[in-house]
Design a protein around this ligand. Structure first.
Ligand SMILES: Cc1ncc(COP(=O)(O)O)c(C=O)c1O
Length: 375
């Protein structure tokens, strides 16, 4: 074990963003030769991202949160409307409803996939419901056929939160392209990053694309004319330039993540005390943003691994409805969404990134075996 000043030095991190020479060159080139804001690289990145996803339009933003928020506005979600979503996600998924004056209405997850359960979501549908935000959590596609069927039929907007699922596929289509708008984050731990904050909305709806493009740029109709109440939520040129290089590698990186997941599956499948992530299929192809195992001994196992230099994560220790801000506003007390609350106690994210080596996965798994042997 490597000890440094009484702390265990991390040998295997949870995630590892890539920043290489090609990205550095692209960044410097953009800084030297383009406008810092709304330079050529922004529009090229948007075009390439749309092509990658297979949509007509892609509009970048300064974060995944803004991608979601601007999509809701562009799709006509108004103050007082209800937005159905999952309580088991990053808090931004629900915050965006509040930011537009709407009410986030939670429906519990399917305990197997950790994604919103369409049948429970259906129970939340009322004449106030204006949109649904399914999340492809951990890179595993949500049950979009059923969600689109249930909510699309009622005229509700379907906004996919694909912030953890760049490149994941669902019946031959990239996630993010299955509803009215799909939203991505390029935060540094994601399957691809812009080496800073950034986001993207993809859509086939020209009107939505135009509105999001205006909203992220102060509501501009032209330079000095503003016909919408917009935001300063643009992606910086330098980040777009890095994003273009990252996008070229995304498929190769996702393939490597899948290979890592297969190896974890193989090395951990004999442990009775552990539940492994759901497998994909021919039709549902996850991208393993995170590799999340489940055990009742989660907290002890986490400490055990971290003492051995293996960083772990918990996504998420508190479901959104039990976050202090939500408890206060909506008087949640716990017990409302049992699957999410259960998962928040047993889920443990293991190291996952494209450059993770076989011997490192072997080391992680060996230590997990040791833990279960000793308890
Ligand atoms: C599921 C989910 N939704 C939304 C977001 C928000 O994205 P950002 O951090 O880029 O605002 C994230 C990323 O952190 C996320 O993981």
């Amino acid at each position: 074990m490597v000890i440094s000043k009484g702390l265990v030095r991390t040998k295997i991190p949870l995630s590892k963003p890539v920043f290489d020479e090609e990205m550095r060159d692209a960044a410097i080139d953009a800084l030297q030769n383009e406008r810092f804001v709304m330079g050529e690289s922004v529009f090229e990145f948007e075009e390439e991202f749309a092509r990658y996803c297979g949509t007509k339009y892609a509009v970048s933003s300064s974060s995944g949160t803004f991608a979601l928020q601007l999509s809701l506005i562009a799709l006509g979600v108004n103050p007082g409307d209800h937005v159905v979503t999952t309580p088991f996600s990053f808090v931004a998924t629900a915050n965006v409803a509040l930011h537009v004056g709407a009410v986030p209405v939670f429906a519990d997850i399917d305990a197997k996939t950790c994604n919103i359960d369409p049948e429970l979501a259906k129970e939340k549908l009322t004449n106030k419901t204006r949109a649904v935000i399914p999340v492809h959590l951990y890179g595993f596609p949500a049950d979009m056929k059923r969600i689109v069927e249930i909510f699309g039929e009622k005229g509700c907007a379907v906004v996919e939160d694909a912030c953890q699922a760049h490149g994941a596929e669902y019946y031959g289509q990239k996630v993010g392209t299955l509803g009215d708008a799909g939203c991505f984050s390029f935060y540094s731990s994601k399957n691809m990053t812009v080496c800073g904050d950034g986001g993207m909305v993809v859509t086939n709806d020209e009107d939505v694309a135009r509105k999001v493009a205006k909203l992220r740029d102060c509501g501009r109709a032209s330079h000095y004319e503003h016909d919408l109440f917009g935001f300063t939520a643009r992606l910086n040129t330098v980040n777009a330039a890095i994003g273009r290089v990252q996008l070229k590698r995304l498929d190769e990186w996702n393939e490597k993540r899948r290979a890592c997941a297969r190896l974890y599956d193989k090395l951990l499948s004999d442990l009775d005390g552990l539940v492994l992530p759901p497998n994909g299929s021919f039709d549902v192809k996850p991208v393993y943003h995170l590799y999340v195992i489940r055990t009742n001994l989660r907290d002890k196992l986490k400490i055990w691994l971290e003492q051995r230099g293996i960083q772990c994560g918990v996504h998420y220790p508190l479901p959104i409805h039990l976050q202090p801000a939500y408890r206060e506003l909506f008087a949640y007390r716990g017990g409302e969404f049992p699957n999410s609350e259960f998962l928040s106690k047993v889920a443990l994210s293991l190291s996952m990134y494209p450059e993770l080596r076989k011997d490192e996965i072997g080391y992680v798994c060996e230590n997990i075996h040791d833990f279960f042997d000793k308890i």
